[in-house]
Design a protein around this ligand. Sequence first.
Ligand code: AMP
Length: 630
Amino acid sequence: MTTTRAVHARSLVDPDAFWAEQARRIDWQTPCEQVLDYSRPPFARWFVGGRTNLCHNAVDRHLAKRAEQPALVHVSTETDQRRSYSYRELHAEVNRMAAVLLALGVRQGDRVLIYMPMIPEAVFAMLACTRIGAVHSVVFGGFASVSLAARIDDARPRVVVSADAGSRGGKVVPYKPLLDEALRLAQNPPEKVLLVDRGLAPMERTPGRDEDYLAWRERVGGTQVPCEWLESSAPSYILYTSGTTGKPKGVQRDTGGYAVALATSMEYIFCGKPGDTMFCTSDIGWVVGHSYIVYGPLLAGMTTVLYEGTPVRPDAGILWQLVEQYRVNVMFSAPTAIRVLKKQDPAWLTRYDLSSLRMLFLAGEPLDEPTASWIQSAIGKPVVDNYWQTETGWPIIALQHGIEALPAKLGSPGLPVYGYDVRIVDEQTGAECAPGQKGVVAIEGPLPPGCMSTVWGDDERFVKTYWSGFPDRQRYSTFDWGVRDEDGYLFILGRTDDVLNVAGHRLGTREIEESIASHPAVAEVAVVGIADPLKGQVALAVCILRDAGRAATPQDRMALEGEIMQTVDRQLGAVARPSRVVFVGALPKTRSGKLLRRAIQAVAEGRDPGDLTTIEDPSALAQFREALQG
Ligand code: AMP
């Protein structure tokens, strides 16, 4: 029997043979001459000389066998619309979009920036770009002008594709004014803007620059646009990483390596088969959306569900209603969405027929044990944590149920995935850590196919940022803390850049958060390290309670704070005890659900919280300030 560990070992011992085999999962116009070129580390080139096309593999290739199968199902609970596109219809729409982009002057290698809500045209635009060899850069629809302008200036797109508006929680969010402002701020604005008018918000149009997609769609009619066969390492897209200050980092993805990596992951990790349905609740603006709303399921000949809406509208059963209605087999979400559901009536979880669903995959942030066990028992399906980053494009650590059904360990995403030579190393020396000893999660080069090939336009930054963190040798740093147990299962303990140092003791915020989250009153918690004149840093905990009434009076708050401190004392030791616990109704997060730790930290330390363009709910910081004073 093949085991996960054996497949992993083989992928590292003989990567050429392993990946040559996986490369057969996709169509190549010209096969590669060399599987891997690592003559210029850390720059890896996969399937050198091979020519392929992502759009061909995601769409055209399936026309022979599954032209009438739904390829893309769009559901918007925001606009109350549902629409399904078969592979044949998707092919036609992508051709139209590709013809429009060509008509607007986009050529192979040109960038196209996509600033769109979760509507089918966004997916058409992505696929149309890869069809003609243009490089897309999707910017999350909720980003505001300054972030958008920075990305425009870095990617220098020939065309921006956008829409009048998005909608969130029933509230229309006009995009066009944000885009206009971004174009005004940008040093290098594009000549053309292609606009999808959803009829949600009025748009002012700039003559000569702003073009109407529907009018162009009519004009190009049924034009067929051939796929451009690209050398495997030609860039397919740029995706900017969120969260850090300064100039955004454009993660550059290749073409052939990405297609092979995703196709392989669809079988080995996600157990998705042609004809199955996948529902990933992420957004196309994030890497999870790129890989597992758009490319992964389509490469595998599956039906993908594109959902515009929240997990609690019109009610907290909506995700499960969609599972029932579309007979979803593979679902992918984020712990944050599950924690939102945790605060709702659990009856919603058993109201619908979930018999089609095999597994629920969760990624993007640490999956805390209470949330994992809660959702697993609530829906009665295996929950598969998987750990990865924008940079890698697909999971680094996960249980690989398509290879072997290994038991999960709560709190661990599982074992290293084939292709990744994951090491836990000492931050100072680079020496490998023993089981049980905490270190940095690092990856020995070369990174497997599909991972970032460089930082867009800045090879030096790629090397400096990711490959220069250890004194002994060049190695990729994930900037995450981790630990390996005796069985080889890995546990992620938070970002190395969010480390707490309390009186010389290094503590992971994640460890403290897990401990606090085990208190029955707590729904969600964030822990940050804040400056302390005596101990260097102390931990501050910001909690959302399951029942806000538990902290109604100052006496209640004090009592609960004491209980929580005791919980931490008991589980981790007094050294990890937060110096303060404050209670809020919402945590400051990005729209992708990432905690804005630095902003929390800054406010707690009385500093300017800095760039807040990505914040989901600006009132969360004000609430936090108030709670701190209270
Ligand atoms: P992003 O590039 O925005 O997807 O963020 C990647 C980071 O999110 C990683 O470096 C981790 O810090 C965190 N992350 C993603 N998935 C997981 C997971 N399954 N468990 C723990 N942390 C995760």
